[in-house]
Write a protein that binds this ligand. Sequence first.
Ligand code: IPE
Ligand code: IPE
Ligand code: MG
Length: 262
Amino acid sequence: MFFNDRHEKHVDTQSIELDSERIPKHIAIIMDGNGRWAKKQNLPRVSGHQRGMEVVKDITKAASDLGVKVLTLYAFSTENWKRPDTEVGFLMKLPGRFFDTFVPDLIANNIRVNVIGYIDQLPKHTQKAVNKAIEQTANNTGMVLNFALNYGGRAEIVSGVQQIAQRVLKGEIKPEDIDEHLVDQSMMTSSLEYADPDLLIRTSGEERLSNFLLWQVAYAEFVFVDEHWPEFTPAVLKRTIMTYQSRHRRFGGLAENKSDQK
Ligand code: IPE
Ligand code: IPE
Ligand code: MG
């Protein structure tokens, strides 16, 4: 079996054990294909989003059980406002529905909710649901469930650059003080212990970033799966982690395995 290309191979997940020492600390997922999944079942697009919300619950628990430290889920992009009002309206109701039913499980599993994105631009009821869940789980010390909501990587970089420029203007820092660490600190992920994803997954066969975590994915491993998000399961998650564990991360250096250094 080979796992060494960008696509993972279909393998029997029961028969292969994951290396518990090399579980990705931060997994980021572009949850794509809800609409196409619904269309395949002759259902309206929003049914795909509804089903997708249930999948988020399963995958959150599975990732936490595997020992993942941060799970970032792309739920709504700064570009998704282009969709019809009815679809946007439905998507904005999902956080309320999700947290209403799932916060007890999050607490039972010691999972803390965090959000990145322009929350103040969301409808008031959505902001309220999100802020309440953040408060209710604030003392949890296990995995961080990090939702990207009204998030865009370019907008994030623009906001970060503006913050830095303001600090220069106030004389707090000099232009030559600007380094990678300072830029990291200006990103929306700065409060996370593991800000950069180790593994980035996109479902539904699309192979693009769609403005997700542009700064943070510099050295992430990408795995693309054909399943639409409503079809994603803990077994598929395990498969993607197997693919991740078969990769050789070099970060510009040389692989530890001598045979890779020829
Ligand atoms: C992902 O599924 C969910 C969101 C972007 C909110 P899509 O809604 O993009 O589904 P497709 O890609 O149209 O099938
Ligand atoms: C990316 O999916 C955004 C989310 C999953 C929230 P899209 O479906 O919006 O991306 P494009 O339009 O296919 O690039
Ligand atoms: Mg899509």
